[in-house]
Ligand binder design. Structure first.
Ligand SMILES: C[S@@+](CC[C@H](N)C(=O)[O-])C[C@H]1O[C@@H](n2cnc3c(N)ncnc32)[C@H](O)[C@@H]1O
Length: 322
């Protein structure tokens, strides 16, 4: 996001500071304007707003209308859809996305990593069939709780100095949540979601002006690289595959067409024998993925794996195959 675009948007807000104060949106949107927003948001993000989501759209965008002193959703649409309004579209996306997340959300996934994936990677490294390197992608990472939970689990199991390289790539479409995530600071109430032994090892309690906050420790923070990545883009700027991809509670906002397209792309970045995690309420069934379900919400890619390897999910034992 360029300084020029930011300045442009700031100037617009400053100019409009002299406009008559109005009641933003008045809680109204015509069907036509709703459909225009629906199409714009879909093409930008892949997020499909069902027709009954009018109140949600108005509520989420009210902040932008207030900041810009616009009086109707129609005026805001005219502005945000101008080709040069790239920065305003980023702000609109920040408002539209749902960013709910927790540390160690859906704990069975972390148990799967600790009890199945990590012991297997260790065995493979001992047998010389894998590099001592683990690459993880948290796609749709929101404010960072998910990738930091992954970092804690990896740090716990791979002792520093044992020669393992750990890399976590955490991406989201929302620049607002990425800004929060990269600070690594959370309300102290969030520490309840973290296992007690990790709280003492990986979280720092704020003092003075930071009272009431926790900060992830530098070793946890160092492991995670945050970047903006739109899963709805035609291609992703990723060069190397991952052993683990968390794509949890993101595709629920997409329609089937976008889900298929995103999955086709994401699948390409999964190493043979790697694991793709989706939320417990999600399924890849019928989406054309060439992956095998091995545990609730956990899929693996057996393509290219030697049939004789020690992988615990040989082709004959997978729970389902599409
Ligand atoms: C409900 S949160 C899930 C966070 C985390 N994965 C979890 O399960 O706790 C969904 C996240 O997906 C992001 N998202 C939505 N559409 C996206 C897209 N097209 N590309 C990348 N991220 C997207 C949102 O910004 C949001 O932070």
């Amino acid at each position: 996001m360029s300084a020029q675009l930011r300045a442009q948007s700031d100037r617009r807000v400053a100019r409009s500071a002299f406009a008559k104060p109005r009641n933003p949106g008045d809680g109204f949107i015509s069907d036509e304007v709703f459909r225009k927003f629906q199409a714009l948001i879909y093409s930008e993000t892949g997020i499909w707003l069902a027709p009954h989501k009018t109140a949600l759209l108005i509520g989420r965008l009210a902040k932008r209308l207030r900041a810009l002193r616009l009086s109707s959703m129609s005026e805001y649409f005219t502005m945000v859809s101008e080709p040069n309004q790239h920065y305003e579209r980023l702000l609109m996306i920040d408002c539209i996305t749902t960013n709910e997340t927790h540390f160690f959300r859906e704990p069975r996934h972390f148990e799967f990593l600790a009890h199945t994936a990590i012991p297997l990677w260790r065995e493979e490294a001992l047998a010389g069939s894998r590099e001592r390197r683990i690459r993880v992608w948290s796609a749709g990472c929101s404010s960072g709780e998910e990738p930091f939970s992954l970092a804690m689990i990896l740090l716990d199991h791979f002792m520093e100095g044992a020669g393992w390289r750990l890399e976590i790539f955490a991406t989201d479409i929302s620049t607002r949540v990425l800004g929060k995530a990269s600070k690594g600071i959370f309300p102290i109430s969030r520490s309840k979601e973290v296992p007690a032994n990790y709280v003492s090892r990986y979280l720092l309690k704020g003092t003075g002006e930071h009272q009431g906050s926790i900060k992830v420790s530098p070793e946890v923070q160092k492991l995670v690289k945050f970047a903006r990545l739109n899963l709805n883009a035609e291609s992703y700027s990723i060069s190397q595959p991952f052993d683990v991809i968390f794509l949890r509670n993101v595709m629920i906002y997409f329609d089937e067409q976008v889900k298929r397209r995103v999955l086709t792309q994401v699948e390409r970045y999964l190493s043979p024998g790697g694991y793709l995690f989706v939320g417990h309420s999600e399924s890849l069934h019928g989406l054309g993925a060439n992956l095998d379900l091995v545990s609730p919400g956990v899929y693996t890619n057996l393509t290219g794996l030697d049939q004789a390897t020690s992988h615990p999910y040989g082709r004959t034992t997978v729970a389902s195959r599409k």
